[in-house]
Write a protein that binds this ligand. Structure first.
Ligand SMILES: Cc1ncc(COP(=O)(O)O)c(C=O)c1O
Length: 341
């Protein structure tokens, strides 16, 4: 069947890019949220309670997917200014909470040695929990030994059109039980229609002019878009094809993003009160996060940013905890594929 053949092609591409071997199996879903949901749904006998430790600042769809899959509790550990886990908080929460699962989710591609070290420490800790990486916003340098990894093809590092994957260690497979819901023809047509619509429409309005940004501005991110529910739906044909084509261009994206990031860094260094988040591999991200320490600084910088044509993405928040999860000092500039003049 053509779909299975395409899945094998994408599987090979992914394994090469993230550097995992045959000890891992890949399953495709209609979204990363579907992959995360399925992983959590399938652990154990699917009904027992699961304690999960997650980062305190992340796209809310990830926590939503976990919560809709499982009974159990979610606790958070802190991320620092550079969006890496705060090691002592992670350690303290692990000791106190004794989680069954620890989730790492590097956002904005912010990932480096510091991050890797903390993942490895967790992998080698006493009473080792299940270690899950939500790599929706980071697919490079996946550390060895993880139990599960979620990928998204929803316009992130893989610049695809919806779709996601679950990469999981075959050893734990006997404990994982997936009951796939194959996509119906009408669903396939819905995806195709959305794709055509998206190609024809102008850019999604995720970004606002800096001068129009208000203090109240935060969003639950574009994650609430179609297909918004975490489900175990199969990947659509159009998502598969687009992901394969985009994977062929990933080297190009990386080069462009990296050089664009350098240009943005240079440009923004002349704007007082703004600082680009600094971590080893952040330059590959689709968005360039910037720290705005003083809300007044953003107002002052707005005219300059407007003139540069740099629109901003608002900070995002967890639905059930917007006040503490939203980081009003963290905005993002699009890392576009054109070169700034
Ligand atoms: C960290 C993170 N995890 C999961 C998701 C969900 O990805 P998808 O849209 O493929 O469900 C997102 C989406 O933005 C994300 O940023």
């Amino acid at each position: 069947m053509i779909k299975r053949l395409l899945e094998r092609v994408l599987e090979k591409q992914i394994k090469e890019v993230i550097g995992v071997g045959d000890e891992y199996k890949i399953m495709f879903f209609s979204s990363a949220r579907g992959a995360i949901y399925s992983y959590f749904k399938s652990m154990g006998d699917g009904t027992d309670s699961v304690k999960t430790l997650v980062p305190d600042y992340v796209c809310n769809i990830m926590t939503k997917a976990i919560k809709s899959a499982r009974r159990g509790t979610l606790q958070t550990y802190e991320l620092n200014e550079n969006l890496a886990p705060n090691g002592s908080d992670l350690h303290a929460k692990s000791n106190l909470f004794k989680p069954d699962v620890v989730v790492f989710a590097p956002i904005f591609g912010a990932y480096g040695d510091e991050y890797n070290h903390l993942i490895e420490t967790t992998l080698h800790s006493d009473n080792r929990p299940v270690v899950f990486l939500d790599a929706a916003q980071m697919i490079d340098l996946v550390p060895a030994g993880l139990d599960g990894i979620a990928l998204s093809f929803n316009q992130k590092i893989i610049n695809g059109f919806y779709g996601g994957a679950l990469v999981f260690n075959k050893e734990s497979m006997s404990e994982l039980r997936f009951s796939f819901k194959p996509l119906t023809i009408s669903k396939e047509i819905e995806f195709l229609t959305k794709y055509v619509e998206k190609r024809l429409r102008l850019r999604p309005q995720r970004f606002v002019k800096a001068s129009e940004m208000t203090d109240k501005g935060y969003q639950y991110s574009a994650c609430s878009q179609f297909p918004f529910k975490p489900t175990v739906d199969e990947i659509s044909m159009v998502s598969l094809i687009v992901a394969i084509l985009e994977m062929l261009r990933i080297g190009n994206y990386r080069r462009n993003r990296r050089s664009n990031h350098q240009l943005l860094r240079k440009r923004l260094s002349s704007v007082p009160g703004l600082k680009i988040v600094d971590t080893e591999h952040i330059e590959l991200s689709h968005f360039v996060p910037i720290l705005v320490k003083d809300p007044e600084a953003l107002k002052k910088a707005a005219t300059i940013l407007d003139k540069m044509g740099l629109r901003l993405k608002r900070p995002y928040a967890l639905d059930d905890d917007p006040l503490s999860s939203v980081r009003r000092y963290l905005y993002a500039v699009e890392n576009p594929f054109f070169r700034l003049k």
